[in-house]
Ligand binder design. Structure first.
Ligand SMILES: *Cc1c(COP(=O)(O)O)cnc(C)c1O
Length: 416
């Protein structure tokens, strides 16, 4: 509270006009960064070990402490730069692919791709799923009234490429195949490149769509090699911006054939693209603050070494988490041959004194936010290690988990 008052006092001291000129000289920005990073009692205190929303850096947050008009030359340039940078992050050529931002959370971009990539009549979709986010792909089609076959795999397994092959052989009736890269409900990484190659080999006209929400930017993925036509992610996953928009990396040769497909005005990815190309402006109110923050997040991403650097930090976070939890006796939901490093699911321990709600609340009191499980066939909780999290944060979380277990009179290490 005291530091919040301090910030309020600081803001009151600045006259409005000096504030904006201060901003230009970055004085205000620097002060805010300093405030946010040193203060003990502010809204950034809680560490989010979740699948999203995720923690962001003080400098990313402070980058959005200003208002910008949607037609401002600076904003127009910002949109242009962000789209270009996203194509770079995707590792594809700007001549063949484009990045189209879409207002809203990740699911908005998912729905926009289905709306835009599917013909208005006789559309048929095939979804491979092994968890809640894969199921959501099927749900979007259902709600749209599109015919969809959802093929399910166990939640603790990959989507099986052999089975995919046998299903696709001799069935050319699908317009689009969709699946999730990192199934955030369990942590499984799916073989999206192998599936994409099969889709193109067995049904060359079929569109291939990957939900790369929780992997884009942190898990190396060859979009070309995987024959991916559309890939979506959002501002607040591994690129560590604040929530507010999502985006599609779209193959131009596909997107150009999508004019007039969408039955939704706001989710029309083609129209959004067309307008951005012509004017560099969004069709409807753009998420200006979110985009300011996102630009900063992209700069920090590049500074960390792009996909290589970010994946290295997340892998280190994950391996510290896994060995620390193992030491305490917690059991992972997935077998060790799974190599996912975004989020880890843990089985509820078999200790009579364990109670998830208490465990969650006691960690929360220590400003550590974990997440309930999202798999159907086991009682689990999840610990994510993406977002603005570093090895020291994971070590501190492990210490807190140990303390909470002791407080709950659980026996450590837990019995198998
Ligand atoms: C986070 C996430 C989404 C999008 O969820 P929103 O709540 O709409 O942002 C979709 N798919 C996966 C795999 C995700 O991790």
């Amino acid at each position: 509270m005291a530091s919040r008052l301090k910030l309020a006092r600081f803001l009151n001291c600045c006259k409005v006009d000096t504030l904006s000129s201060c901003y230009r000289q970055s004085i205000f920005k620097v002060s805010c960064v300093r405030y946010l990073s040193t203060s003990k009692t502010n809204m950034t205190d809680k560490k989010l070990f979740t699948p999203g929303p995720l923690g962001t850096s003080p400098s990313v947050k402070s980058a959005m402490l200003r208002d910008l008009g949607s037609r401002d030359v600076e904003f127009i340039q910002l949109v242009k730069d962000i789209r270009k940078k996203l194509v770079n992050v995707a590792g594809v050529s700007g001549a063949e692919f484009t990045a189209v931002p879409m207002q809203g959370s990740g699911t908005f971009a998912v729905e926009a791709v289905f709306q835009t990539a599917l013909p208005r009549t006789n559309a048929k979709v095939l979804v491979f799923e092994n968890g809640a986010y894969g199921k959501r792909l099927g749900k979007v089609c259902e709600v749209m009234g599109v015919e969809v076959d959802v093929v399910s795999f166990p939640e603790n397994e990959y989507v099986d490429v052999k089975k995919v092959e046998s299903l696709l052989k001799g069935n050319n009736s699908y317009n689009l195949v969709a699946m999730v890269h990192c199934e955030t409900s369990s942590g499984v990484f799916n073989p999206v490149v192998d599936v994409g190659k099969l889709v193109k080999k067995l049904n060359p006209d079929c569109t291939y769509f990957v939900d790369g929400m929780s992997s884009f930017g942190a898990v190396p993925l060859d979009i070309e090699d995987g024959c991916i036509d559309f890939l979506v992610s959002s501002a607040n996953k591994c690129l560590e911006g604040v929530p507010g928009f999502s985006y599609a990396i779209a193959r131009l040769s596909k997107l150009m054939k999508c004019k007039g497909n969408s039955r939704s005005l706001s989710l029309d990815l083609y129209d959004q693209y067309d307008n951005l190309e012509k004017t560099n402006q969004f069709r409807f109110t753009p998420p200006t603050h979110t985009m300011l923050a996102f630009y900063k997040a992209l700069e920090e991403f590049e500074k960390e070494g792009g996909v290589t650097g970010r994946s290295a930090r997340y892998q280190e976070n994950c391996s510290i988490l896994k060995s620390g939890m193992k030491e305490l006796g917690f059991q992972e939901f997935l077998e060790p041959y799974h190599k996912g490093y975004i989020i880890t699911s843990y089985k509820f321990p078999d200790d009579p004194n364990f109670n998830f709600n208490d465990f969650y609340m006691k960690l929360n009191e220590r400003d550590q936010v974990i997440y309930p499980g999202k798999v159907l066939n086991a009682d689990c909780f999840r610990i994510g290690n993406i977002g603005y999290l570093f090895p020291q944060d994971i070590r501190y979380l492990l210490q807190c988990i140990k303390d909470v277990c002791k407080e709950m009179n659980m026996t450590l290490p837990l019995k198998k």
